[in-house]
Design a protein around this ligand. Structure first.
Ligand SMILES: [Zn+2]
Length: 274
């Protein structure tokens, strides 16, 4: 692996050469791919004359996009080497970052605006590294998505759905096997994220997010399928014009149609040439 080197200033103004592993390739403000503008300004959060110093390396970059142009820091965590060298750093994150609202299909937005809000806030918590509350937010998002979807599709059961535990709602009211499979698993992992003791150690927040995405996908599929089933019906037989009925029969057509039948029996001009 090719390492990079930059002269960094420690907190008493001393310059040290710092090794780091990579440069950012996205802007944390506008969230687009970029080739960074280097400012050659870097800082180490330590007094590097002290033996055993520990600290972060922070390098200042700028976004080259004309409609952004913001500056930001790439933050690198120190990794003391076996040789005792302390000037090695590995990329950890960018700061500041701005919130990027998740892209949610209009069918889902129409089912549950509350889900969209809660899901966005849970993802924002994750972005801010608030990992202890992100899972609880995702669990709440699942509850709103499923219950709002059920209330919309089964308005007669609305009051019962509001009062019933989410797991029981999924079991009793969801008939589509794909929505049921994904929603119930999202609920298991969501509950795991809120309870004191975890049951599903092998799965985490990323799996929960995937299950929520899948649940949205299946709900959207059901909504669109129902829409097209309702509005697009198979046409019965194509209606034939009155003339064609007489062309295939031996009985003579009425006088009023004879002229037009004769015209139809003529070859089209382009085929008549020979
Ligand atoms: Zn930018």
């Amino acid at each position: 692996m090719q390492y990079l080197k930059i002269m960094a200033t420690d907190i008493v103004g001393k310059k040290i050469g710092a090794n780091y592993d990579q440069e950012p390739d996205t802007c944390p403000v506008c969230h687009r791919g970029i080739s960074v503008i280097k400012t050659n300004q870097a800082f180490v959060s330590a007094v590097t004359d002290d033996s055993g110093w520990t600290g972060y390396l922070e390098i200042l970059y700028r976004c080259p996009r004309h409609d952004c142009g913001r500056s930001f820091l790439a933050i690198y965590r120190q990794a003391v080497q076996n040789t005792g060298d302390r000037d090695w750093f590995f990329f950890e994150r960018l700061a500041p970052t701005t919130f990027q609202a998740p892209q949610i299909d209009k069918q889902i937005r129409a089912v549950s605006p509350n889900f969209v809000t809660i899901y966005g806030q849970a993802l924002e918590a994750e972005r801010l590294r608030l990992d202890q509350i992100c899972g609880g937010g995702l669990r709440r998002a699942v509850e709103f998505l499923i219950k709002d979807y059920l209330i919309q599709t089964q308005p007669d059961n609305a009051e019962a759905i509001k009062k019933t535990f989410l797991g029981t709602c999924i079991e009793n009211y969801i008939s589509d096997p794909n929505i049921k499979a994904c929603a119930s698993r999202a609920t298991w992992l969501g509950n795991d994220a809120t309870h004191y003791e975890r049951k599903y150690e092998a799965h985490d927040i990323q799996n929960l997010k995937e299950l929520i995405e899948l649940t949205m996908y299946w709900i959207k599929s059901e909504i669109l399928t129902a829409k097209y089933n309702a509005e697009l019906k198979k046409k019965s037989k194509i209606t034939t014009c009155p003339l064609s009925r007489y062309l295939s029969r031996r009985s003579p057509p009425p006088e009023s149609l004879v002229g037009s039948i004769e015209r139809r029996r003529q070859f089209p001009p382009e085929l008549h040439a020979e």
